[in-house]
Design a protein around this ligand. Structure first.
Ligand SMILES: NC(=O)c1ccc[n+]([C@@H]2O[C@H](COP(=O)([O-])OP(=O)(O)OC[C@H]3O[C@@H](n4cnc5c(N)ncnc54)[C@H](O)[C@@H]3O)[C@@H](O)[C@H]2O)c1
Length: 355
C-alpha cells in the first residue's frame, strides 16, 4: 500500500497536491484544522475545500488535527508507517503581516510544526519523499537592494543585469536582511528540512515559492494576492495597494503547476536541497498590470486606494530563476501564465463568492 500525507490539505497548495497524488497513491491523508480561518477570518476558511476533496477523491480522508500536536502526528504516521511514500508539507501560517501580530503562534506553526512532521517522518517512514513548501521570504528584503528601474507600469532590471533574463537564483544570501517574523519562521523550517536531508540522509526537498495562486485560494487581504484582487474586482469591493505605487512585480505560479513539480520530486527524490520555484519570466506581473487584467476580465473599473506604507519585508521585484529545479527534475516548467490564472480564478470563484 502507498500513502501520501498532505498537511494543510484544504489550502491552495495542499488541495492541488492531494489531487495530483490521488491517482498514484492508494490513500491520501490530509491534515488540516482550518487554522486559516483563525488567522484571516471566516472568509478565508478552507473547510469548503476539504469537503470538495472528500466528494471528489474516493481515496481521500482528512485528519482534523494541529501539526504542532506531536502525539496526534505520531499516531497518524504510526498508523501507516513505512507505507507512507510521500509527505507533502503545506500547512503554515502563510502571511508576513499576520506573523507580527502573534510571533509565538507564527513560529510554533511554521518552525515547530515542521519539526514535528520531520520527526514523525524520520521515526515512521524515513524512506518517504518529503517536500516542504518554503518561500522566497527566506531571502528577506535583500531583493530590494537590486538596481531597479521603472519600465511602463512595473519595476524591472536593466537587460544586462545577471538576474534580468531568468530571475533570482538560490545563490542570493539569506543573511543581513529584514525577513519579517514570518520570513524567519519559514527560514528556520527551510533549514531544518535541508538538515534532515544532509544529517539524517532523508529525501527532503524545500521549494521556495514566489506567489502561489489559483482558483483554490481562499484569498484574504493579508494573503493570496491575485485571488483577493480578483474577488474584489468581481464583487465590487475596494482594493488597497500598499507601497511602491503598484509597480512591485511578483511571479505567479498556479498551484496545479506546483503540484506537477511535487510529482517530479516524488519521481526523482532529492536530498537536502532547496530550490526557487515560481512562475518565472513565463508568468509575472506588477500590481498595476494585475489590476488592469482584472478590470478587463470582469468588465468593471476597480476602486483602488493607495497606502504609501509598504509592508515590512515586502519585495519590490521578485522573479524566480527555476533553472536549477528544472535541471534536477525532468525539465519541469509552468504551463499557466498570469492571464490564464486570473481567468481561472474568475470563472471558478464567481459562484463561490456570490454564495
Ligand atoms: N500562497 C503563496 O503565495 C505562497 C508563497 C510561498 C510559499 N507558500 C507556502 O506554501 C504553503 C501553502 O500555502 P497556501 O497558500 O496553500 O496556504 P493556505 O493558507 O491556503 O493553506 C494552508 C493550510 O494549512 C492549514 N493549517 C494552518 N495551520 C495549521 C496547523 N497548525 N495544523 C493543521 N493545519 C494547519 C490551514 O487551515 C490551511 O488550510 C505554506 O507553507 C506557505 O508558506 C505560499
Amino acid at each position: 500500500m502507498k500513502v501520501a500525507i498532505v498537511t494543510g490539505v484544504g489550502g491552495l497548495v495542499g488541495a492541488a497536491a492531494a489531487r495530483a497524488f490521488s491517482p498514484i497513491m492508494d490513500v491520501v491523508v490530509g491534515v488540516d484544522n482550518d487554522m486559516r480561518a483563525d488567522f484571516f477570518g471566516a472568509n478565508a476558511s478552507t473547510r469548503w475545500s476539504v469537503e470538495q476533496l472528500r466528494g471528489e477523491l474516493a481515496n481521500f480522508r482528512n485528519v482534523d488535527a494541529d501539526i504542532r500536536d506531536i502525539s496526534a502526528m505520531n499516531a497518524l504516521f504510526g498508523d501507516f508507517g513505512a507505507n507512507i511514500a510521500a509527505v507533502i508539507h503545506c500547512a503554515a501560517q502563510p502571511s508576513h503581516d499576520w506573523a507580527a501580530s502573534d510571533p509565538f503562534t507564527d513560529f510554533t506553526v511554521n518552525a515547530n510544526g515542521t519539526l514535528a512532521i520531520l520527526e514523525a517522518t524520520r521515526t515512521y517512514c524515513p524512506a518517504a519523499s518529503f517536500v516542504f513548501c518554503s518561500t522566497n521570504k527566506v531571502y528577506g528584503d535583500r531583493p530590494n537592494s537590486l538596481p531597479l528601474i521603472t519600465v511602463g507600469q512595473r519595476y524591472e532590471l536593466a537587460a544586462e543585469h545577471e538576474y534580468a533574463e531568468y530571475g533570482i537564483d538560490e545563490s542570493m544570501s539569506i543573511d543581513d536582511s529584514t525577513h519579517s517574523i514570518f520570513g524567519v519562521s519559514k527560514a528556520a523550517a527551510d533549514l531544518l528540512v535541508q538538515e534532515y536531508g544532509r544529517y539524517f540522509g532523508m529525501k527532503t526537498v524545500a521549494v521556495r515559492g514566489g506567489c502561489l495562486t489559483g482558483p483554490g485560494h481562499s484569498g484574504a487581504q493579508l494573503h493570496g494576492f491575485l485571488a483577493h484582487l480578483m474577488r474584489c474586482a468581481a464583487t465590487n469591493q475596494p482594493y488597497t495597494i500598499f507601497g511602491y505605487d503598484g509597480l512591485q512585480v511578483r511571479d505567479n505560479l498556479h498551484a496545479h503547476d506546483l503540484a506537477e513539480a511535487f510529482l517530479a520530486i516524488y519521481a526523482h527524490p532529492g536530498s537536502g536541497r532547496a530550490y526557487n520555484i515560481g512562475g518565472g519570466r513565463h508568468s509575472n506581473c506588477s500590481m498595476l498590470e494585475a489590476i488592469e487584467m482584472c478590470e478587463s476580465i470582469t468588465g468593471t473599473k476597480m476602486a483602488i486606494t493607495y497606502d504609501d506604507t509598504a509592508r515590512i519585508g515586502d519585495h519590490k521585484w521578485w522573479i524566480s530563476d527555476t533553472r536549477a529545479f528544472s535541471k534536477d527534475f525532468g525539465d519541469w516548467s509552468p504551463v499557466y501564465d498570469v492571464p490564464a490564472i486570473l481567468e481561472a480564478i474568475y470563472v471558478e470563484g464567481r459562484s463561490r463568492w456570490c454564495e
